[in-house]
Design a protein around this ligand. Structure first.
Ligand SMILES: Nc1ncnc2c1ncn2[C@@H]1O[C@H](COP(=O)(O)OP(=O)(O)OP(=O)(O)O)[C@@H](O)[C@H]1O
Ligand SMILES: Nc1nc2c(ncn2[C@@H]2O[C@H](COP(=O)(O)O)[C@@H](O)[C@H]2O)c(=O)[nH]1
Length: 219
């Protein structure tokens, strides 16, 4: 599924799909924004959704806000890499930008739920690195949803009531980060990405690199 690009040290490697999931309000969006700002070679996958736009959101940056008919025609034309119904709305990952980024040697960051993560894993197990973000407590999760000040009390109640079910999928993920403070959680997520980028299996150019080192040593 992924083509090669060059790592920071010049050795060619396969791109990876870096997935963040969590119950609503645990901090995925906040962590994703920081990661994109601070990580060269990482591109955000912008999902399509039928959910109404929140205050401050920008079409094409936060989501592609589309109607139900457009979403259905995208699924029929197989234009979505994965898709799911979350909190009564449809969400999906447009396939073309992900393929283009990976082909250009970039890694791609996904903020998607457990259903989407399962679908990505089925399609490209070796290229998916998944991280589940947990809140430090239920009270703190509710506080964060209120502090975001973008959803009605009714929507927040709905998200809180579904948080336990979301969290029941934690053990399907490669890594678990508990988001106590944003700085610590960010440092942990950043370390995971750095280490995964260095994995031998992804570094397709290592054989050539080592052969060249050996050639230099033997001449
Ligand atoms: N460690 C933290 N300490 C305090 N507040 C935090 C922390 N992490 C995130 N927040 C705040 O909590 C709120 C929810 O965070 P965010 O929007 O990133 O969650 P999310 O997981 O992306 O939610 P959703 O799934 O609904 O999109 C935001 O107001 C954010 O600023
Ligand atoms: N399976 C997918 N899940 C997605 C996608 N984009 C977002 N999401 C998840 O939906 C919920 C709610 O998000 P919100 O922005 O309405 O608060 C959250 O868990 C996201 O991770 C997607 O393309 N596919």
């Amino acid at each position: 599924m992924t083509a090669g690009g060059h790592g920071f040290d010049g050795v060619e490697r396969r791109g990876l799909m870096f997935v963040l999931s969590s119950p609503s309000g645990a901090g995925k969006t906040t962590l994703s924004r920081r990661l994109i700002e601070q990580t060269p070679g990482l591109k955000m996958s912008v999902s399509a959704t039928t959910r109404p736009m929140r205050p401050g959101e920008v079409d094409g940056r936060d989501y592609h806000f589309i109607d139900k008919a457009t979403f259905e025609s995208m699924t029929e034309r197989d234009e979505l890499l994965e898709w799911a119904t979350v909190f009564d709305n449809s969400y999906g990952t447009p396939r073309a930008p992900v393929d283009a980024a990976l082909a250009a040697g970039q890694d791609v960051l996904f903020d998607i739920d457990w259903q989407g993560t399962q679908q990505l894993r089925e399609k490209a197990r070796d290229d998916v690195v998944s991280v589940f973000i947990l809140p430090p407590s239920a009270a703190e999760l509710e506080k964060r949803l209120h502090s975001r000040a973008q959803d009605s009390d009714e929507v927040i109640r709905g998200r809180m009531s579904r948080a336990s079910h979301e969290m029941s999928h934690w053990a399907e993920y490669d890594y678990i980060v508990i988001n106590h403070t944003i700085d610590d959680a960010f440092a942990e997520v950043q370390s995971i990405l750095k280490a995964e980028r260095l994995k031998r299996e992804r570094r397709t150019g290592l054989t050539t690199f080592v052969r060249e080192l050996q050639r230099q040593l033997e001449t």
